[in-house]
Ligand binder design. Structure first.
Ligand SMILES: C[S@@+](CC[C@H](N)C(=O)[O-])C[C@H]1O[C@@H](n2cnc3c(N)ncnc32)[C@H](O)[C@@H]1O
Length: 400
């Protein structure tokens, strides 16, 4: 690993967190966006680069949940060694003394097995070497007396703290800075959400899995659009809008941040008005009002159409066939969705009879519901967690 992770010229490892199961899709996106050496690992993708690449990953990657900058890596066989080596990390070059820090640690297959004690050593190293205030996560109720050596608690809200993640695995301690802050599915322009919104990061990866990368001018239709996530993501992709353009990031609070360079990176966008339109509909009038407002805020209102009607009234828009992608209602637990079988069946019939030449992607949590559509799905969808519920993308070739 790099010895000077604070130098923009020196590449270090950048970990792009992915929804487990979708690592290959994020890896393809990172490769398309020109990141160096994208490599799939469990739970994400690693690339290499300096801090400007960390900023660019946050700004441009649609599928990453967060971006971690791996700033140090060393062996630690016991807590005293962890304490000593954590003090050698050039904290002052990475963190700012005036920005609160929160440390989270995990231990696996290591001689150091107490995550709380490990986090506390790193907190103390940061507090004493740099002087940054430490924000403690709410302590777990153990019934034991408080550790008298622990740094004084800071009561500032956790959201404003920069997060350090220390992972001790097989006696190797890897220290990462969470450069994103809030999860990257929060693009910063969606105020209104319905009951079960699809996370933007997942929606983007599912669109990509369906072969949609915005290069081919094909329309996208979501006939149960809810808050409009698929439609808005697809329109943004086609227009070349960067997903992180409207939000702030934790890396802006780091010592490594260069505002002028960031502004030029962020401003460097060519928006191409798409040659096709993007369509959402829903039987719930509130969902349509919400989708329109969300699309306006995202700056894609001019290329999107939202209509209030049930899926039984769905007809293909004029123009070339494209992609229908939909996340219909599903039961929270397997088996609970039985009452939805007629809805899925009717949806399948509508698509089979009216959408010849279109590809279909359906995201749901029960194979029986997908089967009820009677659509010719390809084999091998992977199951992914969307806000705690495991869902799978079922996709077809162009319908004949
Ligand atoms: C799970 S939500 C979709 C969430 C959406 N992907 C998002 O990100 O916000 C399912 C949607 O299907 C709509 N819906 C249910 N039955 C419908 C029908 N027969 N026709 C059209 N929309 C329907 C609901 O109103 C709801 O908005």
């Amino acid at each position: 690993m790099n010895t000077d992770p604070t130098s923009p010229a020196q590449p270090f490892e950048i970990f792009l967190v992915a929804a487990p199961g979708l690592e290959p899709v994020l890896c393809a996106e990172a490769s398309d966006r020109g990141f160096t050496n994208p490599t799939m690992v469990k739970g994400g993708v690693t690339v290499t680069g300096g801090w400007p690449e960390v900023w660019r990953a946050n700004l441009e990657l649609r599928g990453a949940t967060r971006v971690l900058a791996r700033v140090a890596s060393f062996r630690a066989l016991h807590l005293a060694q962890l304490d000593k080596r954590a003090r050698r990390v050039p904290w002052a070059e990475i963190l700012r003394a005036d920005v609160p820090v929160r440390v989270e640690a995990s231990c696996k297959a290591s001689r150091i097995y107490h995550a709380g004690a490990a986090a506390q050593r790193i907190e103390r190293a940061i507090a004493e070497e740099l002087g940054a205030p430490i924000v403690k996560a709410a302590p777990k109720k153990t019934g034991k007396p408080a550790d008298r050596d622990a740094p004084e608690e800071d009561t500032r809200p956790l959201e404003i703290a920069v997060q350090i993640k220390a992972r001790i695995d097989d006696d190797l301690c890897t220290i990462s800075v969470d450069s994103s802050g809030e999860s990257l599915h929060k693009r910063g322009h969606k105020e209104a959400v319905n009951k079960a919104p699809m996370r933007e990061t997942l929606a983007a990866l599912f669109l990509r899995q369906c072969g949609y990368d915005g290069r081919e001018p094909v329309p996208v239709v979501d006939p149960m659009c809810g808050s409009g996530t698929f439609v808005i993501e697809a329109a943004e992709i086609a227009a070349g809008l960067k997903p992180g353009r409207s939000r702030s990031f934790a890396f802006e609070q780091l010592a490594t941040f260069d505002p002028a360079r960031w502004q030029s990176l962020r401003g460097n966008t060519t928006v191409t008005p798409p040659q096709v339109r993007f369509y959402g509909s829903d039987r719930d009038a509130g969902a349509i009002t919400m989708s329109r407002a969300n699309a306006e805020r995202a700056g894609v209102g001019a290329w999107t159409d939202f209509a209030h009607h049930a899926i039984s009234d769905l007809t293909p828009p004029e123009g070339p066939p494209g992609l229908v992608i939909v996340n219909p209602p599903y039961g929270a637990r397997i088996g609970e969705g039985k009452s939805l079988i007629p809805l899925y069946h009717a949806m399948g019939q509508t698509l089979k009879t009216r959408f010849t030449g279109w590809r279909v992607g359906i995201v749901t949590n029960e194979a029986a519901l997908a089967k009820a559509t009677e659509l010719p799905f390809q084999e091998g969808g992977v199951s992914v967690s969307n806000g705690g519920i495991r869902v799978t993308l079922y996709q077809t070739d162009p319908l004949s």
